[in-house]
Design a protein around this ligand. Structure first.
Ligand code: SME
Length: 150
């Protein structure tokens, strides 16, 4: 049984991803990955389903962001050999780490079908959202991947 705090946090994160996705028509996919041990586990998202529901930290751009402890703004994903495709038509990707009390607890991942679609201003907006969501991501991640989201 998923505790009520985690269910509320997950629902709030789903609403947050819907608001973020809806605010930017250039987003083709907007979602959260939770950091659990040495894996990233897919959380609430908007967009086509991805096969990458669990990503080891050694893999993908998502893994690299955590390993290097820095956000990634990739204008052309086809130039990145480690890129893991969510959809074949994605061209640019923005990964913003989510921290809570200084600890990395997850990341916001955004895809666009157009190259170079994440200017600094856009990145700053997504970062502000990530800063606001830290405690919720910590709360929701404990039960992420444990079963169907209620
Ligand atoms: N592109 C990411 C994988 C996540 S999907 O795009 C949703 C990566 O290279 O790690």
């Amino acid at each position: 049984m998923v505790p009520i705090e985690a269910r509320v946090a997950t629902a709030a994160l789903q609403a947050a991803m819907e608001a973020l996705h809806g605010a930017f028509p250039r987003h083709s996919w907007t979602g959260i990955y939770f950091l659990q041990g040495d894996e990233l586990v897919l959380g609430p998202f908007v967009g086509p389903p991805t096969e990458h529901v669990r990503i080891r930290l050694g893999r993908g751009l998502c893994g690299r962001a955590v390993r290097e402890e820095k956000d990634l703004n990739v204008g052309d994903v086809t130039s990145q050999p480690e890129y893991l495709a969510c959809s074949a038509d994605v061209r640019s990707e923005l990964i913003i780490l989510v921290r809570d009390r200084g600890e990395i607890v997850g990341q916001i991942d955004v895809d666009s079908r157009e190259a170079g679609r994440f200017p600094a201003e856009h990145e700053a907006r997504v970062r502000a959202v990530a800063e606001a969501l830290g405690p919720l991501v910590r709360q929701a991640r404990a039960t992420a991947g444990a079963g169907p989201v209620p």
